[in-house]
Write a protein that binds this ligand. Sequence first.
Ligand code: HEC
Ligand code: HEC
Length: 368
Amino acid sequence: MKKKNSRIICWSTAAVLAGSLATPGFGQEFGPVPKIEVNEAKAALGKRLFFDVRLSGDAAISCATCHNPEKGFADGLPLAKAYPGSEGFRNTPTLINTAHKASWFHDGRIGTNLNDVTRESITETYSMNMDMRLMQERIKQDPVYVEMFQAAGYGEPSNGSVRKAIPEYLKTLISRGSPFDSAKMSPAATRGFALFKGKAGCSSCHSGTRFTDDTPHNTGVPENPEIWSNPLRHITFVTFANFLGIENYMNIRRDVGAHIRTHKVDGSDIGKFMTPGLRELTHTAPYMHNGMIGSIEEVVAFYNAGGGKDPNMDARIKPLELSAEEQTDLVAFLKSLSGDPLNGEEHVWPEKINVNYSAIEDWLSKKN
Ligand code: HEC
Ligand code: HEC
């Protein structure tokens, strides 16, 4: 599952000035996140769909309800909301740079492509609870979509094209403008980078342009008790665990993480979560798969204390004995990885989506 970054990275002089970029003995190098080429018409269509509440069963929420551009395409909550009437059990991850990933969700359970992640997000009962056949019919009623699907080369609106257009839009969400990438790192951040690669050992998991090895590990993050005490969250977890074949799902009181994908008999994969990227952290608090850590300072204190308590915890997570100043430097470095918010017209559908168009007459007998 380990993803080798084979892309050729175009180093900006700035990034090179930021210090030595290669981590000795480790394959992935640091540097700006590569842009991805997109088809403009397809991405524009995907953008409108992303902000359209009609993609959810009761037309109450859109992708952007949880992945809010004002909050780094996360939601600022420890645990996500969910389809009206239910509550989620995971922290909403940012979607910035998500198009560079090879597997998605905190447990890495979808390892195919963003088309599948989009389908899952639309149809899953606790996400948008939408029947894609119904979605297709709704979209076909809107003259703006009819035009946009044509312009994108998709022909008539179809659910298959929705699942292609949204990922095309997600490719436009790439980090830019961080002090790290533009040689504007403070002396404290520069010292923090050296700690990150050296004494603090962070780069053994957080490496490459997005600062992740795209692999699950156990760092001993404590359980979020809210999942087990709030029946709406608990039932969402139980449904999920039952569906994905977790034994004893009624009685367990912990998020098993990557075990849901790898099902190791000895349980050594229980409590492993995908290493998140470290870009845009200043926009995306709180942190970890369950939002249990509220600030960047607290994350650094967590690692400095040797992580949490878990029999499966990775051996690299151990007390670091960083001084107060070193911790401050590490925090400064992590903050230097956040860039411009992607909340302008380039990334956000600019106008309110008009749903008061006149219905297509005799639409039932129109060709699909
Ligand atoms: C109700 C809130 C909610 C809505 C609505 C929602 N998401 Fe998410 N999204 C989440 C949560 C929570 C996760 C993490 C779930 C997990 O790890 O099990 C997630 C994960 C993802 C991921 C994986 C990110 C990663 O780094 O692994 C992608 C991509 C994504 N969502 C895209 C979408 C798209 C596209 C839509 C609209 C079609 C959408 N989401 C709608 C809450 C939401
Ligand atoms: C053994 C691999 C490993 C090492 C070493 C490691 N991390 Fe992590 N890091 C992870 C994993 C896995 C998670 C996600 C845990 C979870 O969601 O429960 C994580 C989460 C984080 C997060 C939260 C990001 C978010 O968006 O939620 C930050 C910040 C972070 N690590 C910084 C660091 C720093 C700083 C160091 C060095 C002191 C470090 N990590 C060392 C694997 C590692």
